[in-house]
Structures are given as C-alpha cells and as structure tokens.
Design a protein around this ligand. Structure first.
Ligand code: SF4
Length: 452
C-alpha cells in the first residue's frame, strides 16, 4: 500500500493527565498498527475525541469539540470520562447531544476504541503479520476450531494445580474473542468449541464490562457471548460449564437453536461431602433439580460429564451415592478417572486414601453402570432424522458427528453410504442403529428432505 493509501486518524485530547495517558495509549496503538495521525480534520479519515466530564465547563468544551469534529470531518469516535456520563433519564450525554457519533466509550478503553476504529477504518496492510492467515495457525481440521475465552481459574479444587500454574481467571475482551471467532468462520470453520477453565465464569473478573463488537455494545458475559456467536451461523458448543444458576439463562438459546443443545459439565462427584472435600465450584447446588429444569427448557439437550472415582476418603456408600446420581441424572456421555494424586495438589494431604485397586474397581463399575444409560439414550434416536457435520470421507463411507457429539471426546455417526458427502458439510441423515458410543445412519436424500 502506498503512503497515500495509509489510513489517517485525527486525534483531539482534552482533560487531565489520566486522560492524557489514555490518549497516549490509543495513539501508540494507532501508530503501531500503521495508522497515520493527521494534524487536521480535513486530512483525517476519522477523528477520535478524548473527552473530559469533570466540571460543567469541561463538559461544554468536550461537547463543542465533538460538534466541531462532526462538522469538519463527520466520522467521530468519542472516548474518555464524558463518554461514561449519563443524563437524568439515564441516557448517555454524548449520544443525546450528538447522535451522529460512530461509537462512544468511557475512559481507559483502548481496546474498545481500537475495535471501533478497526470497524470504521480497517487496519492497514502489514506485510509481516499478514503472512500469517487471519485465523492464525491451527492444529484442528479446517471445519472445527477451539475458541478460548479466558485463562486461569478462581477456584481451588483440591485435586487440581491449574490455578497455581496459570493464576486467577482472566477473561479475554469480548471484542477480541468475537474477532477471532469471525476470522475462523471466514476461513471456513463450521463449528466453534468454546473452552476455558471455567466457561460459566466468563467476565466475572472484569465485572461483565461492556465491550464493542462491530460497533455494538456487548457485555463480557457467557449469555451475551453465546448470543453474539449465534449470529455467525455455525455450530457453537460449550465446554467446561459449571452448574451455576446463571447457566439457566443460556439454555433457552439452545432451545431456540441459536447454539448447540450441548453442555459439558464436569460434575466430578455427587456426594456433598466429597464435593466439599474437592472444593468444587457450585458444590452446594442441587444438580439433579438443575438438570431436570434444563431438560424441561430444552428436551434435546445432550449433557456430558466427567467423574473421579476413589477420591481420598470416598466410602463405599458415597461411591454408591454417585451411582444413584447417575441413575437419576441419565447423562448422555460420561468419562471417569480413577483418582490419581497430582504433585502439588492439596488433596494429597487428605486422610483415608483409597487403595489403588479399589479406585480402579470403582472406575470400572461406574463405566459399566453408565454404559447401559448411554446406550439407551442413543437407542432412543434410532429412526429419527438428525443433522450431522462430516469429519471424514473414504471408500467405506463418511464419519460424522451429531449435535450431541464433541470432537475427540464423544461418539461418532457412521454413514456407510456417505461416500458422496463432503468433509465439513452439514447433512441430514436418518439413524438406523447404535452401539455403546456411536450411531449408524443413512443419508436422507434431497427428494426426501431438504439438506441442512
Ligand atoms: S475449576 Fe477446579 S479443576 Fe477446574 S481449573 Fe479451576 S481449580 Fe482446576
């Protein structure tokens, strides 16, 4: 790109040294991304006005500066203290006086300002970073991708050392997550797997602060993230969700078909005493009642979970309590580990370690018990038409997954007559049979039903 084509941003900064420091951060980002800074309104493609809202005179000065920028240039983004101020009716002062501004943020909002700038004045080409595809370098196949929304964890489960390795929860800004999701979808991804250490806690660390996605305000919160992702028109699957009451809000999005009716909830145990010893999140919740309510709202919901058998102190009665829970909960997919001490975990100091062979025996008993349940739940799908996403095709047919199957950890849908299907395509199939983990299906042809 020639010099003439370099996008130019005009910058007006008012207010105190804190506002000046915000301005420096924004200007630094603009320059490091290759934007030129324009000394005049006329030479700018867009103007950022950094405002002050401290006293009436400062408010007046800021509103005048915005008015002037709108008159002289027309494309204006407002940031700073006045951007956060509301009038008596709860309406943003800037928006009510100058409804034509492109975006408004409060102070300390470099990311939100940059997001608005990117939306209204796309980033200049960078010959160095543009060698990497916009979706980054990925290890997964082209049609599905993991989308990490936060790092670290605020819990202190006694069997886990992740918080000591990765620290407390840090949520990625919503605009950053959405930008990654959009570039993945642009690159052909058909299924986004939302992951983190604690997906239900997304945004807790930033008090669910509002960010900007394509110029629109969106909260850093699981419900709002799911809603925004649903607009990308691909499968969205949630992993590592804890059974907090707030998760109830997300289930209607599944019932409406906005995100996949699938929840990966690592319950780990069912005995209240063991859950307490494990210091599990949401350990005091009534999980059976919660599962029942979720299924009332979304009967198609697939629930997958993992459990630990033989945790220190687990008695035979407490293990049976876990089996009773599984019998009641009728989960679709279950994984189980025999407890194994991790170096540095506080659970290692708990008394009454369960002997190795008992841990293994309980794990096998649990998996055997669950096999019947999982098989019955798969059998209930025989004869039904479902939509699948194809992972692989060869001479022997296609291998796909249904809405209830996450890649790598759940089952598959085998389609022996699926040689004509395409990898990464959605198809409608009829389930003909099943075994403990997988479904078998035949294609439903276009003259029988429309393809998904
Ligand atoms: S929720 Fe518990 S198991 Fe999961 S990362 Fe946090 S501390 Fe570890």
């Amino acid at each position: 790109m020639s010099k003439i084509e370099t996008p130019r941003v005009g910058f007006v900064s008012l207010g105190c040294p804190k506002a000046a420091s915000d301005a420096e951060n924004i200007l630094t980002r603009l320059r490091s991304e290759g934007y030129d800074i324009s000394a005049s309104y006329e030479g700018a493609d867009l103007v950022v006005v950094n405002t002050c809202g401290f006293i009436d005179a400062a408010v007046e000065e800021s509103l005048d500066a915005i008015g002037e920028a709108l008159k002289e240039n027309g494309k204006v983004i407002v940031t700073g203290c006045l951007g956060a101020k509301k009038d008596a009716a709860g309406q943003g002062i800037v928006q009510s006086v100058h409804p034509k501004v492109l975006a408004v943020t409060g102070p300390h909002a470099t990311e939100e300002v940059m997001d608005a700038v990117h939306f209204h004045l796309p980033k200049p080409h960078d010959p160095f970073t543009d060698l990497v595809p916009p979706q980054g370098v990925r290890l997964t196949p082209d049609h599905f991708a993991y989308l990490k929304i936060s790092e670290g964890c605020n819990h202190r489960c006694t069997f886990c050392i992740i918080p000591s390795l990765r620290g407390d929860l840090v949520s990625r800004p919503i605009h950053d997550v959405m930008r990654e999701a959009e570039s993945l979808v642009d690159a052909g991804v058909k299924e986004l797997l939302v992951i983190s250490q604690d997906t239900s806690a997304y945004g807790v660390d930033v008090k669910y602060r509002t960010g900007f996605v394509n110029g629109k305000p969106v909260k850093t919160k699981l419900y709002d993230l799911c809603n925004a992702l649903s607009e990308l028109d691909v499968w969205v699957r949630l992993h590592y969700v804890y059974p907090y009451p707030s998760v109830d809000d997300v289930i209607p999005l599944m019932a409406e078909g906005k995100i996949l009716p699938y929840l990966d909830v690592p319950f780990q145990h069912a005995s209240p005493r063991i859950l307490k010893l494990m210091k599990r999140p949401a350990s005091s919740e009534n999980n059976l009642a919660r599962i029942k309510r979720w299924r009332e709202i979304c009967p198609e919901l697939t629930i997958r979970s993992t459990f630990i058998a033989g945790f220190p102190g687990e008695t035979e009665d407490e293990f049976n309590e876990l089996l009773d829970f599984l019998g009641e909960a009728q989960l679709d997919r279950v994984g189980c580990f025999a407890y194994s001490p991790v170096e540095g975990a506080t659970a290692n100091a708990l008394p009454d370690a369960v002997p190795d062979e008992v841990r293994e025996d309980r794990k096998h008993r649990l998996m055997e018990f669950q096999e019947d349940i999982s098989t019955r739940r798969l059998e209930a799908k025989i004869g039904k038409e479902i939509v699948v996403l194809v992972d692989d095709v060869d001479d022997e047919g296609a291998i796909a997954r249904s809405e209830g199957d996450a890649p790598e950890i759940d089952g598959l849908v085998m389609i022996p007559d699926g040689q004509e299907m395409e990898v990464g395509g959605f198809y409608r199939v009829r389930v003909t049979d099943c075994d403990v983990h997988d479904l078998y299906a035949e294609p439903v042809y276009a003259d029988e039903a429309p393809q998904a």
